[in-house]
Ligand binder design. Sequence first.
Ligand code: ATP
Ligand code: MG
Length: 481
Amino acid sequence: EEVLGAVRSGKSVFFTGSAGTGKSFLLKRIVGSLPPNITYATASTGVAACHIGGTTLHAFAGIGSGKAPLEQCIQLAERPGVRQHWLACQHLIIDEISMVDGKFFDKLEAVARAVRKRDEPFGGIQLIICGDFLQLPPVCKANEETKFCFQAKSWRKCIHINMELTEVRRQTDKTFVSLLSAIRLGRCTEEVTRLLMQTAAHRSERDGILATRLCTHKDDVEITNERRLQQLPGEVHVFEALDSDPMLVKLIDAQCPVGGRVELKLGAQVMLAKNLDVSQGLVNGARGVVVGFESEQKGLPKVRFLCGVTQLIKMEKWVIKGPSGVHLSRQQLPLKLAWAISIHKSQGMSLDCVEISLSRVFESGQAYVALSRARSLAGLRVLDFDPKVVRADPAVLQFYRQLRRHQLPTQVKKNLLLAKPALCNQDERYGHQDVSVFLSRIHTCSGRRDEAAERACSRAALGNNISTVVLGLCDTTWSSG
Ligand SMILES: Nc1ncnc2c1ncn2[C@@H]1O[C@H](COP(=O)(O)OP(=O)(O)OP(=O)(O)O)[C@@H](O)[C@H]1O
Ligand SMILES: [Mg+2]
């Protein structure tokens, strides 16, 4: 509600939070609450854009890679079809901001002012941005330097309100949630290592459904899926997409979660690429196996899902906004082969059962993105865990520390007020003084680990209802609980 209020105030908002705190879920609500003709929903990648029913930020901007000099980028943005969007846009929504390059952001900001002929930051467009900078950074070529968006020159000018979602929704198991939050901060304790190593023994198959392998490199994905399909006996069933504009297949391919040609066999491991029925668990990312094909007409596949439902899968339609604003569409089965997917493409997804090999991790945040896709520890199997692959970018940690430092005083005051009566009246072991000592430690360290304070918190956790208040406070300061 607070985020929605901030959006309604017309100010530009950045909200962040760990994986699965419902950023995209909330973003969809925000998109739905704003007038569609002046609101543009975008994300850094096609897959993420699809989750919120939008386009890529690059497609909206129409300035190519944005690497050309500013004058040239402005000319590109003033082309008919592109310009009218820049002028119409009053609310620009961007999901998965961690993968947007800071230099690109600065270019957009300058282009917006030039095209809209307005001097305010971003030409007066309200920005509603979300993402988690401790997940994947912008994609960059070898020897190329990239910046995060928060390092962009114009970032501070453009963002008026920063907020953080703190309650994880994707996972419910507390142990797994705190394990993930330690990994997110690049901390890998012995306990975390032990728990992750144990997952190697988890079953990678349940009811004929194999865990999806998350790969660090995309070549491995294609090879694995093709090879595994080939290895299955039986006939291949091919489903060709019906595209609204066959000339723009490349564009549709880039933004639609399913391919133009879907090849299946009996026994193929698949993943849903659309929410079909949330109440039954037939959601985007749900895992299943092909158990048959309809005998008549199109020979549609029947899929048995992990949630226990067997469903005949019909053609679905995706509507995508092209660069000049025209609506493009694809009709295709909402299915993808799911022996493997890349970690990059998995960012933003929730997955039922995953198998991960982290030996070739090459980015900060990559191991965290992979691990945090799993809905439960039981649905996770890490083959070769090595604590070395757990890395958080120091610049991002610093950014979050600063963000907290600004937010902290009000948050601490609120919690302290709640805590005081309980502390004074109910628990003699942790009197007011004890607790204010570690509250002030938490306050001053603001993100830095303080073992004495941590010990005090665990002791408090053994206490009565005081513990809830105190641990709640830890959450807001360290995330690690
Ligand atoms: N307020 C909510 N009520 C019920 N379910 C929610 C809520 N918020 C999120 N969820 C569910 O929790 C899961 C994770 O949410 P979502 O994908 O929006 O998280 P996210 O913060 O965008 O994660 P990521 O950083 O991985 O993209 C989804 O299955 C979503 O439907
Ligand atoms: Mg998301």
